[in-house]
Write a protein that binds this ligand. Structure first.
Ligand code: NAP
Ligand code: ZN
Length: 350
């Protein structure tokens, strides 16, 4: 079936309205009318080919929520009318060691991303959530239990929520731990809310003086403007864990210096240009680690959605119509959003 979407035909072209094709649902498939889709910084990196390897036309979007409109014959967990979500993955091999452990994001044969992944469907690569409908295998569909009037603000949980929840859980963030969240954008603001809900002493690091008060409202116990060296120095050797969500190349030493002995800084940002090499002495002399983390598995994504529903956590969003997407990208680059743009997909009809 043909549906309306918003995407780009080349890395140097703005996004525009286009018609795309969705397969008829197969036996295992769930067909979803997309109501809202968040705008992740990864969408911008990919559309502009900052990571290279982007296939065009590129329709981004992997923070998808909507209503089920059809299900295949073998689908048991979902029915027409259910409110559901789809995140960054729509398939994986289902038989490697990582998939067996529910870590589909680390599928050893490569998971299929929601956009820009290989598929048999036209045009040969997956197309994401800036579209009216999507058809996804039931294994990659999540149940949304939040109240329906919060749905637009639930969308960002599908990427920003799980990408922060997963490392916070993996590195055992909780009561008695001092935790830093670096970069208070889409991911970072979710990181602050989740670390706070997990019971950690949560410190927000921002380059934006104007976010100082706002970060406290998100649940941070303290806010540090990272450009201010004195403020940074006062926290040397004090953090158990730092989650770094920054989308641009920057000096990592300023943050590794703040870790305690045996502390870890986990990077989730994937900037276009590499970070300067970190000072290895900084790591060696206090047995500190720098690590990385990729989204989260499907079971953990459901766990995160349920955790957020229980703790009444949603994203802080600015809802926009489709024709504002290009403008939203420019504002995201200037860190001028509190804290996530979400598209009202009803506006795709034009
Ligand atoms: P975002 O909303 O643009 O937030 C990034 C934040 O980083 C900004 O709000 C800003 O926060 C800070 N920042 C920006 N430029 C900076 C600079 N030059 N120096 C220091 N800080 C800077 O982006 P996002 O959607 O949260 O995504 C963040 C990154 O994570 C992107 O690279 C994205 O591709 C990546 N990502 C990774 C995964 C994964 O699985 N690992 C998943 C999703 C996204 P302040 O204003 O507070 O300083
Ligand atoms: Zn994302």
């Amino acid at each position: 079936m043909q549906v309306k979407a918003y995407g780009a035909y080349a890395s140097d072209k703005p996004l525009e309205s286009m018609d795309i094709y969705r397969r008829e649902p197969g036996a295992e498939d769930v067909q979803i009318d997309i109501q809202y889709c968040g705008i992740c910084h990864s969408d911008l990196h990919q559309v502009r080919s900052e990571w290279e390897g982007t296939h065009y036309p590129c329709v981004p979007g992997h923070e998808i929520v909507g209503r089920v409109t059809a299900v295949g014959g073998n689908v048991s967990g979902f029915k027409v009318g259910d409110i559901v979500g789809v995140g960054c993955m729509v398939d994986s091999c289902q038989h490697c060691a990582s998939c067996d452990e529910g870590l589909e994001q680390y599928c050893e044969n490569g998971f299929t991303p929601t956009y820009n992944g290989a598929t048999d469907d036209e045009p040969g690569h997956t197309l994401g959530g800036y579209s009216q409908k999507i058809v996804v295998s039931q294994k990659f569909v999540l149940k949304v239990n939040h109240p329906e009037d919060q749905l637009a603000a639930v969308a960002p949980l599908l990427c920003a929520g799980i990408t922060t929840y997963s490392p916070l859980r993996h590195w055992n963030v909780g009561p008695g731990k001092k935790v830093g969240i670096v970069g208070i954008g889409g991911l970072g603001h979710m990181g602050v809310k989740i670390a706070h809900a997990l019971g950690a002493h949560t410190v927000a690091f921002t380059t934006s003086e104007k976010k100082r008060e706002a970060a406290l409202e998100l649940g941070a116990d303290e806010v540090i403007v990272s450009k201010n060296e004195d403020e940074m120095a006062a926290h040397a050797n004090s953090f158990d864990f730092i989650l770094n969500t920054v989308a641009a190349s920057h000096n990592l030493d300023a943050f590794t210096n703040l870790l305690k002995r045996d502390g870890t800084m986990t990077l989730v940002g994937v900037p276009e240009h590499a970070h300067p090499s970190p000072a290895i002495g900084n790591l060696i002399f206090k047995r500190r680690s720098i690590a990385g983390s990729l989204i989260g598995g499907i079971a953990e994504t459901q766990e995160m959605l349920d955790f957020c529903a229980k703790h009444n956590i949603v994203a802080d969003i600015e809802l926009i119509s489709a024709e504002k997407i290009n403008e939203a990208y420019e504002r995201m680059l200037k860190s001028d959003v509190k804290y996530r743009f979400v598209i009202d997909n009803a506006t795709l009809a034009g």
